[in-house]
Each structure stands twice: as C-alpha cells, then as structure tokens.
Write a protein that binds this ligand. Structure first.
Ligand SMILES: NC(=O)c1ccc[n+]([C@@H]2O[C@H](COP(=O)([O-])OP(=O)(O)OC[C@H]3O[C@@H](n4cnc5c(N)ncnc54)[C@H](OP(=O)(O)O)[C@@H]3O)[C@@H](O)[C@H]2O)c1
Length: 278
C-alpha cells in the first residue's frame, strides 16, 4: 500500500507520516520545497504543484490537505490516476451547526474542500477537527519573553485537540476498513477555559504565567497586522459564544483510534520548549 500525504510538512502531516512509516506503510509526501521537507528517511517527497505521474504512480490512498487553492486539480488528477481512497482534513466549522459557523470563511472553505472530494469519488472519509491546541502557540512569544498573555473572553471554554490525535485518526481511516462515507467530528478530551489552558502551559513549563483579559477591540487592534479580518471575527464570535455555552467534547475519538485523546497538559508538555526561553 502506498499513501500520498499532502500538506506533509505541517504539524498534522509530520505526525501522520511518522505513524504510517512506523506501521510499515510506504509513504509519498508533497511539499512546495521538497529539498527542505526533512521527513523520515525513505519517504519520497514530490512537489505539491505538479500533480502527475511522479505524484500518483503506485498510490492507492491519499490524505487530502485543505489547501487554499488547487484541491480540485489535485483531486481530478488523483482520481484519473486510479487513487482509490481519500481521507480529507476538514473542520468542525463545515458542519454548519451554528449560525456563527455558517457565517465563517472556514465553513465556506472547508465545505468546498469536502465537495471537491465527494463530487469525484464515493470512497471518502472526512475528518472534522475543532480548534487545534497548536493555535495556543500564538502565546509562545509573550510567554517566552516573560510578558503577560493578553486574551479576550478568558472564561470561554473549548476542547483543543492535539495534532497527533488528528494524525492518528487519519492513519486509522487511511489504513483500516469500515470508514467509507463517514464523517468524524474530532475534539480534544476536555473543554477548558482559556484560564485553564494557560494553567496547562504554566504547569508544563513550571512557572506562573500572567493572563490579562483584554476587550475584543483590543484583540482586534493587537492582531490586525498578522491575522486576517475574517479569522479575527470568527475567533471572537467563537470565544464570545463559548463563555456561556462551552464548546463540548465530541465523543467517538477513543472508539475510532483505540486510545483516549491526548490532554492539553500532554500537548503543553510536548511543546514546552516553544514556551521556554532559548
Ligand atoms: N487551526 C485550527 O484550529 C483548525 C481547525 C480545523 C481545521 N483546520 C485546518 O487545518 C489546517 C492546518 O493544518 P496544519 O497545521 O497541519 O497545516 P499547516 O502547517 O498550516 O500546513 C501544512 C503544510 O501545507 C503546506 N502549505 C501551507 N499553505 C499552503 C499553500 N497556500 N499552498 C500550498 N501548500 C501550502 C506547507 O508545506 P510546504 O511549505 O512544505 O509546501 C505546510 O507545511 C488549516 O489550514 C485548516 O484548514 C485548522
């Protein structure tokens, strides 16, 4: 079995490549800069923007990363080349369960990605993770430099998911049978307030972290230079709503993967060097 992993050099992709190669699966990976991909030995890396024979030769299954552009062309080429099974990285937002989700750019983007796949094949599985624990790396710089974490809606609660758990869910659905035409919502195992999320990082690095609550307008002003406006609006709507209604843990992860989801404390341990001074 050969599995093509797109988006292989990101946090999920790297974990997925690692799990698959450890299981003895042959992996081909994509990157815009194959020479710099630095994946495990034995993993062939091909350019992302050249979906042709080099990419698909011998490939049976594919992990579909939700690139901003190019997924339609990738899927058309993959199906024409005979790839049989597709596991798609989407987002919980694509479920459109709430008005704030339907209003988000994430909903439109991930729904379009899902349709790129489901309109071309019946052999698909969709993974819909909620908020990534990795988003908390935006606190790495203030924490490393000893400053306070400044965040709005600190009483809001979410269940952040470890990237390794998303990779495990992808590995299971790529390599085991019984997941055809299934959609899996995925979250971390605990809904934690932003105060508790900071505390998890604090416990991992062994020192107090000051948390300052700021207003939504202050957050907008402080992040406008590096976060697109539609994402800022989506985040503020999410945090504001999850003050009174915590974002719940979605069940099913343990049944899917055979192990409980990794806690945020585990994630913080795994990333503690990102939060400590060099
Ligand atoms: N953050 C959340 O809370 C959340 C929640 C649900 C779903 N998601 C989805 O998960 C994705 C992030 O996953 P991740 O953190 O594992 O990935 P990532 O690090 O953002 O990207 C994975 C790899 O994809 C390639 N890539 C990135 N942007 C690209 C572009 N515009 N064109 C072509 N290649 C590109 C890069 O590889 P090379 O440089 O090697 O080419 C990168 O290393 C988001 O994009 C979103 O769709 C996120």
């Amino acid at each position: 079995m050969t599995i093509l992993v797109t988006g292989a050099t990101g946090p999920i992709g790297r974990n997925l490549v690692e799990v698959l190669t450890t299981e003895g699966v042959r992996v081909r990976a994509t990157s815009r800069k194959p020479q710099e991909a630095a994946l495990s030995t034995g993993v062939e890396v091909v350019p992302t923007d050249a979906p042709g024979a080099e990419m698909f030769d011998g490939v049976d299954r594919m992990f579909v990363f939700p690139f901003e552009n190019g997924v339609d062309d990738l899927m058309t080429a993959a199906v024409a080349a005979g790839v049989q099974r597709f596991v798609v990285l989407s987002s919980l937002a694509a479920a459109g369960e709430l008005p704030r989700e339907v209003a988000s750019s994430s909903y439109r983007h991930h729904l379009a990605i899902e349709r790129s796949v489901t309109s071309r094949t019946d052999n698909w599985t969709i993974l819909r993770p909620g908020t990534f624990a990795g988003n908390l790396l935006s606190w790495a710089w203030p924490i490393r430099s000893g400053g306070p974490v400044r965040a709005p809606y600190i009483q809001s609660a979410q269940p952040p998911i470890h990237e390794a758990d998303i990779a495990d869910a992808a590995a299971v659905t790529l390599t085991q049978d019984g997941h055809r035409a299934r959609i899996y919502p995925l979250t971390g195992p605990q809904s934690l307030t932003r105060i508790e999320q900071v505390a998890a990082i604090s416990a991992a690095i062994g020192r107090e972290i000051e948390l300052q609550e700021i207003t939504p307008d202050e957050f907008r002003a402080e992040t406008a230079r590096y976060i697109p406006e539609d994402i800022i609006s989506m985040l503020l709507a999410y945090w504001s709503e999850t003050v009174t209604t915590p974002d719940p843990v979605r069940p099913g992860f343990a049944a899917l993967t055979g192990h409980p989801g990794r806690t945020l404390h585990q994630w913080a341990q795994d990333h503690r060097t990102a939060f400590t001074a060099a």
